[in-house]
Design a protein around this ligand. Sequence first.
Ligand SMILES: Cc1ncc(COP(=O)(O)O)c(C=O)c1O
Length: 387
Amino acid sequence: MSTKFETQAIRNQTERSQFSEHSTPMYVTSSFVFNDAEDMRASFAEEKEKNLYSRFSNPNTTEFVDKIVAMEGAEAGYAFATGMAAIFSTFGALLNAGDHIVSCRSVFGSTHSLFTKYLPKWNIETSYFKVNEIDKIESLIQSNTKILYAESPTNPAVDILNLELLGKIAKKYNLLLVIDNCFATPYLQNPINFGSDLVIHSATKLIDGQGRVLGGVVVGKADLIREIYLFSRNTGPAMSPFNAWVLSKSLETLAVRVDKHCENALKVAEFLEKNQHVNSVKYPFLKSHPQYKIAKKQMKLGGNIVAFEIKEGLKAGKSFLNAIKMCSLSANLGDTRTIVTHPASTTHSKLSELDRLEVGITDGLVRVSVGLENVDDIIEDLNQALN
Ligand SMILES: Cc1ncc(COP(=O)(O)O)c(C=O)c1O
C-alpha cells in the first residue's frame, strides 16, 4: 500500500465485517467472545492476535493507533483516555524507584506537576534545563538518569527545541528520548527521525481538531511499547472505543485541516507583528522566531499556535480577553474555533512571576490557537480587541 501520509490516514482501516461497510463502524463492546476453551486459552496466552477485552485492545483503538504508528514512522503504539494518561503511563511503565529524568523546564503544566508532586513519591527526581540551555543537559545527567523529556514547540510560549541535538545526547548517554509532539502533530514533525524513542500526543488537540473528545497516544520502539501496554493493561487508562472511532475519522482529514490551520496562523502572526499594541510575536515560521532555522529544519509548517506579547502586560492582557468578540476564551487548543488565552492571569496565575518567566510566560503573553474560521474574521476580531 502507498506510504503517503494522507493515504495512510484514510486507507489504513479495520478489516470489513460481514456487512461490507465502507467506513469503519463503532465497536462499542467491553469484551469479545471465543469459539471454545482452546481458542480462549490460546488468545490469553497471546499465541493468537485476538481482541480479548477493550481495556487491552479494541478494533477502533487498534485502527487509530495503527494510523499514528504509520504517520510517526514508529514500530508500535498504545492509545489512552487522555494525553496525561499517556504521559503518566509512560513514566509508570518505564521508570523504577530512584530513577532520574532530565526535562526541559517548559512543559505542559500537568506534566510539570507529575515531575514535582507525584513522581517524587517514588523517589523519581527531575532536573531541568531551559529551552535555550540545551548545552547544559550533559551536566544534568546522572548515573540513574533514564529519560530525556521535552516538548517542541512548547506550550504556551511556542519555543522550539533542537530535536536532532536531543537525539544525539540521548544516544550518547543511553537515555530514552521521549518527545511530546502535541503542538506539531504527526503531520508536521516526526521526532523518531531525529532519534526519539517514544513520541506522545494529546489527541485532544489538533488530532481531534474539533474540540469533541479527549485522547492520548504513545508510539515508538516495540519493546518499550510492550512495557507500556502491559502496565496499561493492568492499570486501565485505555482510550474508549467511541473516542478511538471519532479520532480515527479525524485523522482522515488531519493533513488538510493542519495545512489550513498553519496558513491561517502565519497570516495571524504576520498581522500581529505589524500591530502597534504588540511588543513581539512568536511563531515558528516567522523569521523573527529565535529558533526559526531549527523549526524550518524539523517541521513541515509552523503549526497553529501563535504567542504574542501585548504592550502594558497583565492589565492589557485581561482587557484584551474581555474585548474579544468572536474567538473563544477556553482552555483547549487545536480546535476549528480560534481560542485565545492569557496564561499569566489564568492557567499559570498560581506560579510566581519568577517561575512564570522561567518558562517564557511574561505578564503580557497571549496564546492564540488559530482555528479554521475565515482568517479575515479572526484578524478583525484580534484587531478590534487590541484597539
Ligand atoms: C503539550 C501538551 N501535552 C499534554 C497535554 C495533556 O493532554 P490531555 O488534556 O489530553 O490530557 C496537553 C494539554 O493541553 C498539552 O498541551
